[in-house]
Design a protein around this ligand. Structure first.
Ligand SMILES: [Mg+2]
Length: 231
């Protein structure tokens, strides 16, 4: 019986492609000086599959920091003004994070539904705690959450189990009754490392089903909207 659920943020509560794909293309076009062919070259040499449009799960554009992405792009076309480019791209992402992102589903209603079943809820992200809190505030979801943790909260980082253990302590639920929901192998590894009862993968991120199962997922669902089917 699952009594508490710990959710990853990006790729799980927020659909990765809906949130970031358009913006990443715009950023590549900026770095390419407005040249569409060059932008395409940058995208395809930093992780975008030209046939499917999907990003390789561990490629720079899927898994790298903004700084790493900019460094790879500038290297590909020998641009030397990396710091200036980074500043501009970083502002583009920050502006989007503040004003442009929409969750997979209405999080206020979604978490409210789970709360009504008596479940305790948390968010664990490799983003900062501040960014996670801002996102949850914006989604009007904070009041449903018992726990919000980032890479900088002090419970360690993924794929280690510290965030899972801290959540279990916070809500007073034994680890076998806790589920972790995430879109990446790191989330599944974290669930296993923290000895959570269930590791549930979602397909709204950059990882295919096989990769999540291979990383230890007990179940994989299309999105969090289907969570009740695996509780
Ligand atoms: Mg994620």
């Amino acid at each position: 019986m699952i009594a508490a659920i710990l959710f990853d943020k990006d790729g799980t509560l927020y659909d990765f492609y809906h949130t970031w794909a358009g913006l990443t293309e715009q950023a590549a076009l900026f770095v390419a000086g407005g040249d569409a062919e060059r932008a395409k070259f940058l995208m395809e040499n930093s992780g975008k599959d030209p046939a499917t449009g999907k990003y390789g799960p561990s490629s720079p554009i899927a898994a790298g920091s903004n700084r790493e992405i900019v460094e790879v792009w500038c290297g590909l076309i020998q641009r030397a003004d990396v710091d200036d480019v980074y500043q501009h791209v970083s502002n583009m992402f920050l502006e989007h994070q503040t004003n442009g992102i929409e969750p997979v589903t209405n999080l206020d209603l979604f978490f409210g539904r789970l709360k009504a079943r008596g479940l305790r809820l948390g968010v664990a992200t490799m983003d900062s705690e501040k960014a996670a809190r801002a996102a949850m505030r914006r989604a009007n979801a904070t009041h449903h959450l018992d726990f919000i943790c980032g890479y900088d909260t002090g419970h360690g980082v993924k794929p280690l189990g510290g965030m899972v253990e801290a959540f279990a302590r916070q809500v007073g639920v034994a680890l076998p009754h806790l589920a972790v929901v995430g879109d990446s192998p790191h989330d599944m590894h974290m669930a296993r490392a923290g000895k959570a009862g269930r590791a549930i993968g979602v397909l709204t991120g950059v990882s295919p089903k096989e990769a999540l199962l291979e990383a230890g997922a007990h179940a994989v669902i299309d999105s969090i909207a289907e969570i009740e089917s695996v509780l």
